[in-house]
Design a protein around this ligand. Sequence first.
Ligand code: ASP
Ligand code: MG
Length: 820
Amino acid sequence: MRILKFGGTSLSNVKKFLIVEEIIKDKIKHEQISIVLSAPEKITNYLVESIKTAITKKRLIQLNFIENIIKKFLSELEKTLPSKILEKLKEEINAEILKLKDLLQTVSLLEKCPKNLNATIISRGEIFSIFIMNAILKSKGYQITIINPIKTLIGIGDYLNATIDINLSKNKIKKLKIPKKNVILMPGFIAGNKEKKLVALGRNGSDYSAAILSVCLEARYCEIWTDVDGVFTADPKIVKDAKLLNFLTYSEAMELSYLGAKVLHPKTISPLAKFNIPCLIKNTLNKNASGTIIKNFSKENSPTVKGVTSLDDITMFSISGLEKKEIHNLTGRIFSKISQKELSPILILQNSSNGNLDFCISDNETEKTFEVLKNELFTELKNKLIHPIKIIKNTSIVSIIGNKFQLKKNIYLNLFLGLQKNNVNILAISKNLSQNSISIVIKKCDVIETIQNIHSALFNQNYKIIEVFLVGIGGVGSTLLNQLKKQQKILQHKNIDIKICSISNSKKTIFNEKGIVLNNWMKEFENSKNTFSLEDLLKKIKSNKFINPVFIDCTSSEKIAEKYVDILSHHMHIVASNKKANTSCNKLYRNIRLITKKYDLKFLYETNIGAGLPVIENFQNLINSGDKLIQFRGILSGSLSFIFGKLEQGISLSKATMMAKELGFTEPNPQDDLLGIDVARKLLILAREAGYDLELSDIEIDSLLPKEFNLNLNTKDFFLELKKIDTQFLNRILEAKKENKILRFVGIIEKNGKCKVKIEKIEKSDPLYSIKNGENALAFYTKYYQPNPLVLKGYGAGNNVTAAGVFSDLLRTLSYNLGT
Ligand code: ASP
Ligand code: MG
């Protein structure tokens, strides 16, 4: 015996009924089957509404909607059914509609709807389904037995939410003596109480009917046919990449359905589990999909997370100020009263140490619950022995379900990472003792985003998103955008999604929270009328709730650097080729580090020294692993490396500088390079990394330009002035040559931390000897690296290498980083 239950969406029109018939035809080849049916889609909702309008408006509006649905069925069936069967069906249905009208009329006269009438009215849809299915199956020649659940399934408890006494029902059903070849049909959602009066099993209760029938008929399988492929890791309407769960244990399925997974009615699994009947969830419109199977698995389950669910429309009650010794007594009193009133709290949290008792209940039970509490706690409230009862409405319970959470350490880490993404306010958190669910209470307005974030933190640990906010689109910034454009697709295949959400320079900006298409960013930027303001950008970032925002600074602006603390306090990482933040006052330098620590953010600036050369990262790694800098010497300027290389070939200083400028190696004003300030800045950054508390003014600079050099000239005059010192320079070079040495512009950190930038005569054995053509070289003499230093060498200037350095910093925001 196999039980197949079809839900409302599988029965929304004649075509779907015919699909169901095909499924039956297929299944009946192997064994006897029973069909349990819901109401056709929407009908139960209309019936529920029709009661409300009958009471309040004294009109039967929704009945028209129902009649229309039925009419459509009947007209579609004209083509399918032989006239005799069709006529009989029409008679049955019309009689049922008349009965329904009568019932609603009674309700409107009474101006209220007693529960027994209510149950009868809302279950009419199931009766329609049975009539229609019976007619279709008959027309196809099936032998049919219809089980009347009012006479056979014995319901106990509330008229609208009864549970079924399995033993009594099984006895009744056994007595039916149904022929083996017959297809059994039974309306879901209905049972009968001891007085043989119809009771309903709670909304969506026909799953439960199917489970009960499976037990009563000792079925091998219970199949629930619906409109999705099975149970997913989250509601696919909320989480687009939710994954189908092929296997669930009974306890996982129970936990999932009680805590909000919509596929199954919560009461369904327990009877199936008790009698060890496997449950299969299938999609009527995708028959061949494997579905989800729920059963006991013989193999021990490894620790897993199965899904994220939510229960919405929850009210949280909070009772506080209780005496420690009073709390248990009071908890007992409250919950015995609550259960007497048939109210069902979903989550209870009690904290004895500070006399707190919180619990959650469905919104529609709020008023009744409040009454119960007010009555029960009357004396305590009157004598101010407890604080006034706090009620928080419109909350949701979000739960993670799985098993053996105690063995799966990173589940809590991932949960909180997910929660951190939208900074959601957690009202309560609870974990059940069997370690298979964790629930948090949050505001209902946060629920969708929270489910998405938790789901992605738990299930897509490999999928990473970076949202970029780029400021500065000169050489480096625009090259970076080109590189990003080329790599975007490739990185997506590696599960890294980089979205460029804003591009700005000092004047203008473009912004798109979903990501700017990089193919024509330049045009879009040119056409933009939006002026750039950092404040506005930060406001947008705050209100848009990004997942992993990164601010990239490719300017050389001091003003922007001064804002880094503010930017970081918006919970975004910073990647900067701009050196200013690391070279201005120590206070800013320290504040930036404090805030990155506080919020666990990254501030990465690998390109501040040696462009793309991995200087900072390596140096930090050395220091973190216990090494200590003894001395440093390096060629830190690409432009000066180029210029000094040319001097060696006999080219004059002014000519070499001009060539460097033409190749784009120098700063816009080449005197900035020749003055040695740029090198001093880089040296300061390194010295600070090594732990020295220095300011830029502490660096001794021996400039290339003599003291009397006029610094207020335009570029043309600057070169004329430079020409005047060509000979002086040439002499210095010749002098060095005599000693078999060459000249280099070097940055030095001495043993005592003293920092100097100056022109040095260098001998052949020195690692800096052969450095030219724009290359940089950095020689670190450390506790571990001596007497031979660790040398890093390579191109230390140019847009491509610098942009690539920024790019790799951007990717490093995804990984764990110690810093110094
Ligand atoms: N038709 C009922 C409802 O919509 C029962 C069911 O579909 O399971 O609640
Ligand atoms: Mg349903």
